[in-house]
Design a protein around this ligand. Structure first.
Ligand code: DAT
Ligand code: MG
Length: 181
């Protein structure tokens, strides 16, 4: 199982799409293991959008992302990062496929309703950036047996190898970060 970060951005909140967006992830079979309403801080966003700092739209993006609170989610599932990116659609909402969140609800490149992590590595970093460890809650969900087939289920339990190696990497990265600080 993998985890990914989703942010319902200020336009998603202001346009009353929180329920709609979360429902799409839930219905797909992704498990919510973290969920909160929070006004994002400039220092978090500076990190989060560091790859865009030289772009002409950067300041506008920062203003927009700090304008009102966002909803932050950690979702878990098999190949969660790719699955969520597919549900979200391409960055330019006008070109996003019909049936995706951006394709169905947005018209903009910037106000495109949701953020979703791009790779497994980035997802782990982004989860650490926005969530404290105690805000992520593991639990057994009753519909699990109906969402995955036998061989897919084997990787579910938190003690599974893939999950463990994620956790180990995560702990190592944290330790390294602590040493630098
Ligand atoms: P994505 O959110 O699909 O991963 P990204 O990582 O390239 O896209 O960019 C992050 C966000 O920055 C994007 O969701 C909205 C904003 N953005 C990207 N390109 C933009 C542009 N040309 N004009 C305005 N905002 C843009
Ligand atoms: Mg991105």
């Amino acid at each position: 199982m993998r985890r990914t970060l989703v942010i319902i951005k200020p336009d998603g909140v202001n346009r009353c799409l929180i329920g709609e967006v979360i429902q799409r992830f839930e219905r797909k079979g992704l498990k919510i293991i973290g969920l909160k309403l929070e006004r994002l801080k400039v220092y978090q966003l500076k990190d989060h959008y560091s790859h865009l700092s030289s772009k002409p739209f950067y300041q506008e993006l920062m203003n927009y992302m700090t304008s009102i609170p966002c909803i932050l989610l950690v979702l878990e599932g098999k190949d969660a990062v790719q699955v969520v990116r597919t549900l979200v659609g391409s960055t330019n909402s006008r070109e996003a496929d019909v049936g995706t969140i951006r394709g169905d609800f947005a018209m903009s490149v910037q106000t495109n309703i949701v953020h979703a992590s791009e790779t497994n590595e980035i997802a782990e970093k982004e989860i650490q950036r926005f969530f404290k460890e105690e805000e992520i809650i593991e639990y057994d969900q009753l519909n699990f047996n109906w969402i995955y087939c036998g061989s897919e289920k084997e990787q579910y339990h938190p003690s599974d190898v893939e999950w463990k190696s994620d956790q180990e990497q995560y702990a190592k990265a944290k330790e390294e970060k602590r040493k630098i600080e």
